[in-house]
Design a protein around this ligand. Sequence first.
Ligand SMILES: [Zn+2]
Length: 214
Amino acid sequence: MFDLTLSFDNGPDPSVTPGVLDELARRQIRTTFFVIGEKLALPGGRALAERAKAEGHAIGNHTWTHSIPLGRRSEPDVAEVEIGRTQALIGDLAHPDRYFRPFGGGGVLGPHLMNEPVLRFLQAGGYTCVLWNSIPRDFADPEGWVETALAQCESQPWTLMVLHDLPNGAMAHLPRFLDAVAARGGRIRQDFPPDCVPIRRGAVTGDVEPLVTR
Ligand SMILES: [Zn+2]
């Protein structure tokens, strides 16, 4: 028995996200989609996010370009350009808690995730910073990630997993993964483990020091 919260990052993608949404709807599973601003701005992007929200999923912010981790950027306006611009485009599709997920380049947690201006921006803007405790590396292992994911689920009581609605073939195995979760008694939920949320509605609720380049 284990609890599992699912999230899908780096979309939306017109060739993958609809199939993911179909599969989740069929099973009545609700998740969070952390979208990239420049993909949301592409033709059809917003319609996918609208559909996800209408089907009960939450929409979160995963930066505009997803290029260089924010802790490694020194431009004074990087928070506004990467986070604020994306939040403005998400607009009324955003969850009221203003979910933001930094990216780490391969899912590694560390001081490269943000710098001091980014931290201040999240606090001042009332954002909720949503990390993770499971990266089955579907982006690098599109055929084998399911076994990694199941092992991670069984290694801890409550997993917050990062998957990706990207066109690399990995999501073709989502039904097999969800079947295995059900067979093992996994309980899927939409809220986040508190340990994965170091900032909630702008208030620091966890240890942010390991995440900030000073
Ligand atoms: Zn990402």
